[in-house]
Design a protein around this ligand. Structure first.
Ligand code: LMR
Length: 331
């Protein structure tokens, strides 16, 4: 080999080695996704789907670590942790944002949405979409709504009319609207993290709780509650959220792929949520561990009449126009 050719070839191979090691040393961007429910739930499945999609599309560039079952953070801590950069993605229930915005409290108003179609219609409409950015001043970015389903009431006593709940203790999420909802039926609300609910019920420290079929089933609440009233009195949905700082510092060739993968994972989660609610409800009935009670129209009316005054109480904080838009989504 002539000296010049030799030099060129040596330089080229050195450059190749340098490039190779540069590539090796560039650690993937880590996205920790922390949530509180089991893997076999709409949120658990959505998180796994997101991991699969994004890692397939950005091999070696992005790594997603999913932490279910409050393993990393409980929902009451996760948003603080996110602002500190200790976690990058979460999907807390819409009832857990009141420290950051009051307008999302609309989702907690009892008997506002008749079913999940109405919830979806409101979320996809202009008011619902505006609410996605209601956290931006606090450094958080709402990336999309994720469904779980309508809430049911579980208890150690049969609950057919509001008077049956008088004096009973119910665990609630950290929401003043939910506290007011139980106070309206003269029950005692207790704000507690999701991870503590099973033990609180098992030890009879509390009498009941409200949750979706999927959570009652996957966390085995039905094994320690004698009755579940199919009340469909409210909604349990999520906001998929990240921090503004993390989101804005994602490289320009990475952010759109992460965003698209999230959108697809959310739409997958939303698609399976309805079937999951039905099959988990059926599994509870089949277990025979908890008796599922349904309400007559007249009984249901009593719950509506007792709880609906809560709307007025929070109208100022939430905004009349938002409540009206939500109500109209039932049509
Ligand atoms: C609860 O705390 O009851 C729920 O928010 C849990 C969840 O994330 O579904």
């Amino acid at each position: 080999m002539r000296p010049l050719t030799k030099l060129i070839s040596k330089t080229a191979s050195l450059a190749a080695v340098a490039l190779f090691s540069l590539n090796l040393s560039a650690a993937p961007i880590e996205i920790k996704f922390s949530h509180v429910v089991a893997d076999n739930t709409p949120k658990g499945k959505m998180a796994k789907k997101f991991k699969t999609l994004v890692e397939e599309r950005l091999p070696g560039k992005v790594e997603v670590k999913v932490f279910p079952n409050s393993q990393l953070f409980g929902d009451n801590k996760v948003l603080e942790a996110m602002l500190l950069g200790d976690v990058q993605l979460a999907a807390p229930s819409l009832s857990k944002f009141q420290k950051y915005t009051k307008s999302l409290q609309v989702f907690d108003l009892p008997f506002l949405f008749e079913d999940m179609n109405a919830v979806e219609k409101f979320q996809n409409g202009p008011e619902g979409q505006k609410l996605l950015s209601s956290l931006e001043k606090k450094g958080l970015v709402g990336l999309g709504y994720l469904h779980n389903g309508m809430k049911q009431l579980s208890s150690s006593q049969p609950l057919k009319v509001p008077a049956d709940a008088k004096g009973l203790k119910f665990r609630i999420m950290t929401s003043d609207v939910l506290a007011a909802q139980f106070e309206a039926i003269k029950a005692n609300p207790v704000k507690k993290p999701f991870s503590e609910v099973f033990t609180l019920l098992q030890t009879r420290a509390i009498d009941g709780q409200e949750n979706s079929w999927s959570n009652i089933y996957s966390k085995k609440f039905f094994e320690v509650q004698d009755y579940i009233t199919e009340s469909n009195h409210g909604v349990l949905d999520y906001l998929v959220v990240t921090s503004k700082e993390f989101w804005m510092t994602l490289p320009d060739d990475i952010r759109p792929v992460v965003k698209q993968s999230l959108a697809e994972a959310i739409s997958y989660g939303n698609k399976i949520a309805g079937d999951k609610a039905l099959s988990d409800k059926q599994a509870i009935i089949d277990s025979g561990r908890s008796k599922v009670l349904s309400l007559t129209d007249a009984e249901r009316k009593q719950w509506v009449n007792a709880m609906k005054p809560v709307w007025k109480e929070f109208e100022g904080e939430i905004g009349k126009d938002i409540i009206k838009a939500a109500e109209q989504s039932n049509q």
